[in-house]
Ligand binder design. Structure first.
Ligand code: NDP
Ligand code: HSE
Length: 436
């Protein structure tokens, strides 16, 4: 059979990894796909740059449109990143009848509804396994492997850079910005690393996971996002003394009132497997009604782990080329006309338990004031610990763990606690999940 021609947009970390994996494993890959897969064209901004891959034999260009308009290209692989410019490129590729593979989570989370609608109209595939959790085939697992289940919730460490930073800070006492710089050198971080540390990248990925888990439209604007920049070494230490680890989680939960979509640092019992996922590794825990809990673990970022997912998507597209477009696996797992508008809950309606750390004067009655405020808001306390004052300070740190409560009540209680004359500074609040 004639080889299939692939056009690659981007020759950076993931693009370079994709060239290398496709070349190294060419024989295995063509045995699996049933055809030889060849990158005949590629584009990058600066063709004079040193690359991690050998581009010998590939027709290079600085203009991605050259590839999109090339009639010999059947699959366009987008590994540039960003949204507006790339969205126009991909819509044009689809218009030209090309199948698309992308690792671009921001693009899918923000514009996926429009892109998939256009792709379905044109009968082409848009594959995006590498967009979530790097090398872990989590999209395929939920979309196909778990398709007999009602998904009840999922929770994942879905940003490699953030997990790498938290792990290095905890294990080696390293400085936040020093570790972030290393993550950038290693090619893990986004072009704008605030996406990694402020939870935006994880929010994009959670948007995608929630759609394929619950059959809802992609709606990034409804995801609550909180990053890791407010986590202190002190919180990490106190959490450990209480038997917990702090991990940055994306959580999607289907409740009777609607769907919770939230990304934030979370205390997890240290005995849970997911609490022991370290470095750039990612893991997603999925709870289905039939399967129970299942955990998917692997490298969340980096050249070849991500290329592993990109290449698997290319093979899937090649295998599906002869199938009737109506009978392919739907882009978002559910048939396009069966996507449901289930409400996504506002953060006030989240129900979870909390770790609270506050600094208070060492006076009788202070603790009583704090516990009274919590009781007024129907918040039950699970544990209270009063620590020794930190060096050169008179205020004493108080740590409270609460039982499950409504976020609205917790917000109101924190405002009142912070207003107490005996409490100094802000209350540091971290949500807790048992993930049982
Ligand atoms: P890089 O920055 O390493 O590579 C981007 C590539 O796109 C480069 O080759 C660059 O050219 C090219 N490029 C940038 N702007 C233009 C432009 N205007 N016109 C033509 N080419 C352009 O990014 P990554 O490989 O890290 O990421 C690519 C995508 O994969 C992103 O969407 C990212 O979110 C996603 N992703 C990344 C992962 C990772 O571990 N890095 C993991 C999972 C997903 P030049 O090289 O000449 O500068
Ligand atoms: N910047 C992302 C991360 C890349 O660190 O997880 C993988 O999506």
């Amino acid at each position: 059979m004639k080889p299939i021609n692939v056009g690659l947009l981007g020759l950076g970390t993931v693009g370079g990894g994709t060239v290398n994996v496709l070349k190294r494993n060419a024989v295995e890959i063509s045995r699996r796909a049933g055809r030889q897969i060849v990158i005949t064209r590629a584009s990058a901004k600066d063709l004079g740059k040193n690359r991690i891959c050998d581009t010998h034999g590939i027709n290079l260009s600085t203009d991605p449109m050259d590839i999109i308009n090339d009639p010999t290209i059947e699959i366009v692989v987008e590994l540039i990143g960003g949204t507006d410019f790339v969205k126009e490129l991909l819509l044009k590729a689809i218009e030209n009848g090309k199948h698309v593979v992308t690792a671009n989570k921001s693009l899918i989370a923000l514009h996926g509804n429009e892109i998939f609608a256009k792709a379905s109209k044109k009968g082409v595939i848009v594959a995006f396994e590498a967009a979530v959790a790097g090398g872990i085939p989590i999209i395929k697992a939920i979309r196909e492997g778990l398709s007999g289940n009602q998904i009840q919730w999922l929770a994942g460490i879905i940003n490699g850079t953030g997990n790498f930073i938290l792990t290095e800070m905890r294990d080696k006492g390293r400085d936040f910005y020093d570790v972030l710089a290393e993550a950038q050198t290693l090619g893990y971080a986004e072009a704008d690393p605030t996406f990694d540390v402020e939870g935006i990248d994880a929010g994009h990925k959670l948007t995608i996971l929630a759609s394929i888990a619950f059959g809802i439209p992609l709606q990034f604007d409804k995801v609550y996002t909180e990053g890791i920049s407010r986590i202190t070494r002190l919180d990490v230490e106190y959490a450990e003394q209480l038997g917990y680890r702090i991990k940055h989680l994306g959580i999607a939960r289907n409740t009777a009132d609607g769907i919770e979509l939230r990304v934030h640092p979370t205390l997890i019992p240290e005995r849970r497997l997911i609490a022991n996922v370290n470095g750039v590794m990612n893991a997603v825990l999925v709870k289905g009604d039939a399967v129970g809990a299942s955990l998917y673990y692997g490298a969340g970022a980096g050249a070849e782990p991500t290329a592993s997912s990109v290449v698997a998507d290319i093979i899937d597209v090649v295998r599906a080329l002869t199938s009737d477009p109506e009978n392919r696996v739907p882009h978002l797992a559910f048939q396009a006309d069966a996507i449901a508008d289930i409400p996504v809950l506002k953060s006030d309606c989240f129900k979870t338990s909390y770790y609270l750390r506050l600094n208070a004067e060492d006076k009788p009655g202070v603790l009583a004031d704090v516990t009274r405020i919590l009781a007024d808001h129907h918040i039950s306390i699970e544990a209270i610990i009063q620590k020794e004052p930190l060096r050169d300070e008179t205020a004493i740190p108080i740590i409270l763990l609460t039982q499950i409560t409504l976020e609205k009540e917790m917000n109101a209680a924190i405002t009142k606690i912070e207003a107490l004359k005996t409490v100094t500074g802000k209350v540091n609040r971290i949500r807790m999940e048992t993930l049982g």
